[in-house]
Design a protein around this ligand. Structure first.
Ligand code: HEM
Length: 181
């Protein structure tokens, strides 16, 4: 996993819970703690930091990565405004994941391993994403989707009818968008 993801996690944890909490998570997980954005670090190291956080907060790993993804979007919108600016709706932004966002990420970070989603639109206000990755970071995907909806001032209700964490071969993430009311 690229160092940029660890940097984002540090920024989110420090902003919400203070730098000492980040240090405590590094101590508890035995993680190295010094990550350059272009470097590559074991996925399992991210997993250990997440596990330390979920233990400290008495919640699940999925909840921690979802929370992280949601809080990370404002930081990504600040660093990569060009991905957000052309769009007015969350759905249209998400539909550029395979064609623009992650391909551009791979230009900036050539050895990044980004997931490929498949998309279906069963109704104008519904987007169904298929997600498959050995990292099984579907909770992160949910968090990014929720953060993107916050960004565009929309509501997003998510269902996750198939999930790799429940033994399915792929995740299906169904998002129903609405106006924020
Ligand atoms: C907004 C701009 C975005 C940027 C700059 C970005 C960038 C990245 C980067 C750098 C990685 C790590 C790749 C690696 O470590 O090799 C990543 C992974 C990932 N991204 Fe994005 N991303 C963005 C938006 C999104 C959105 C909206 C989603 C929501 C569906 C998403 C879903 C994921 C997931 C699930 C992973 C984990 C890797 C995996 O599943 O194997 N990303 N992204």
């Amino acid at each position: 996993m690229k160092g940029i993801v660890f940097n984002l996690l540090e920024e989110v944890v420090s902003a919400e819970h203070g730098e000492r909490t980040w240090d405590a998570l590094l101590d508890a997980s035995g993680a190295g703690g010094s990550y350059s954005s272009l470097g590559n670090y074991p996925d399992e190291e991210l997993g250990r930091i997440v596990a330390a956080a979920s233990k400290a907060l008495n919640t699940s790993d999925q909840d921690v990565v979802r929370w992280f993804g949601r809080k990370a979007i404002p930081l990504l919108a600040r660093s990569y405004p060009a991905f957000f600016a052309p769009h007015r709706h969350t759905r249209d932004f998400l539909l550029t994941l395979n064609t623009i966002i992650h391909p551009e990420v791979r230009k900036l970070y050539p050895d990044a391993v980004v997931p490929e989603f498949d998309f279906e639109m069963p109704a104008p206000d519904v987007l169904r994403l298929g997600y498959r990755s050995p990292r099984r970071l579907c909770g992160l995907a949910e968090g990014f989707i929720l953060g993107a909806a916050d960004h565009f001032g929309e509501s997003a209700v998510i269902e996750h009818p198939t999930c790799m964490h429940r033994g399915d071969t792929a995740c299906t993430i169904v998002v129903r968008f609405g106006a924020k009311g």
